[in-house]
Design a protein around this ligand. Structure first.
Ligand code: SF4
Length: 350
């Protein structure tokens, strides 16, 4: 008689909750209800989730139609980060929980492969890292971003990447391969090289010069890499001397292009940033409230910023950002139409 194989009644297995399950769990019990989230040495908690889709279709952006974000939340914890407000979609707060409760899309590479295998896929440009940093420190453990780039290379799909993580140099072999097969552009985000501003505004990031050294390593490896000097944060990084030092350092490290934008404040990001200013720099609060009566600083201020950058870019011989930029974290077009004589421009508020 044939041996009967016993099957378990319920296959508990190792399936991770979906992002929807996580959202419902947090809604009913707060982040304390994420009992499967692993507390790691950096004091952040990492919740593995299984995603149903990898690519996200975006509309209304000038240069790309698709984005991919491997993680949600970011331990870099920049106070101006526009993605803070997206954490609210999960009923998590855009303050501490944005930087300390990170969702990890553990199956993202497999789902991506499936999506890019579809006959309907037209190999359109995908922007990676538009909402959270694909090379935040936990990527050293999971290597999900690397695996996603391997999939992109296999599917000959062009990619642009935004990061503040020097860890990107670990994957230069895959990026080279991707560039050979399709196209790959790396946008390293370095808003300023001023140490005080860096420590104050971007508490979890690598030193700006470490990021610029990564740009040098990428360009030496033949990868098209430049710098997003964004956002310019009024009162912290906006003085002419700080902008000039930053552009000089960017040029010295062989960046292929540069882009910039002035800080944009909306939703939970606005709430977080204004609370941060009120708590840490109360004397600056009235000026921020005036400058940011709406989500954007006034157009004249933004044009002055771009004009100053234009002048200094020319002085240090570095071109404007790539003709097909991926994104900046404000989600806006850069102010490229600027007053002709930026040399006369100076900020009202350094
Ligand atoms: S700006 Fe970028 S690096 Fe900073 S917290 Fe946001 S996603 Fe992370």
């Amino acid at each position: 008689m044939a041996k009967i194989k016993r099957m378990p009644l319920f296959e508990l297995g190792s399936r991770r909750p979906t992002t929807r399950t996580i959202a419902l769990t947090v809604k009913s019990g707060g982040t304390a209800a994420l009992t499967g989230a692993e507390l790691r040495a950096d004091q952040a908690r990492y919740q593995e989730v299984s995603c149903r889709s990898a690519l996200n279709r975006v509309r209304g952006m000038p240069f790309f139609d698709w984005t991919l974000n491997v993680y949600r939340g970011c331990t870099h914890g920049c106070h101006y980060c526009f993605a803070r407000r997206y954490h609210e979609q999960f009923d998590m707060n855009p303050d501490d929980e944005f930087a300390s409760v990170i969702l990890v899309k553990i199956n993202v590479a497999d789902v991506l492969r499936h999506e890019l295998d579809r006959p309907s896929w037209k190999r359109e440009l995908v922007a990676v890292g538009t909402a959270t940093d694909p090379y935040q420190p936990i990527e050293g453990h999971y290597k999900l971003t690397r695996r996603a780039f391997e999939v992109f290379a296999g599917a000959r799909t062009p990619v642009s990447l935004v990061t503040k993580g020097p860890m990107v140099v670990r994957d230069r072999d895959v990026l080279q391969e991707l560039d050979r097969r399709a196209r790959c552009t790396v946008y390293m985000s370095v808003p300023t090289v001023d140490e005080d501003a860096w420590r104050t505004l971007e508490p979890g990031t690598a030193h700006p010069l470490q990021r610029l050294r990564a740009v040098r390593e990428l360009t030496d490896a033949g990868i098209h890499a430049g710098v997003l000097m964004a956002p310019i944060v009024p009162g912290f990084t906006s003085s002419r001397s700080k902008i000039e030092r930053t552009i000089k350092a960017i040029a010295d490290h062989g960046a292929r292009f540069i882009g910039c934008n002035v800080m944009h404040l909306k939703g939970g990001t606005r709430t977080h940033f204004m609370n941060f200013i009120a708590r840490e720099f109360p004397a600056m609060r009235p000026r921020f409230e005036k400058l940011y009566a709406t989500a954007n600083a006034p157009a004249a201020y933004r044009k002055e910023a771009q004009a100053m950058v234009n002048v200094l870019q020319r002085r240090y011989g570095i071109s404007k950002r790539d003709e097909k930029p991926s994104v900046d974290r404000t989600g806006e077009r850069p102010e490229d139409e600027m007053p002709p004589d930026g040399a006369q421009v100076a900020f009202a508020w350094d």
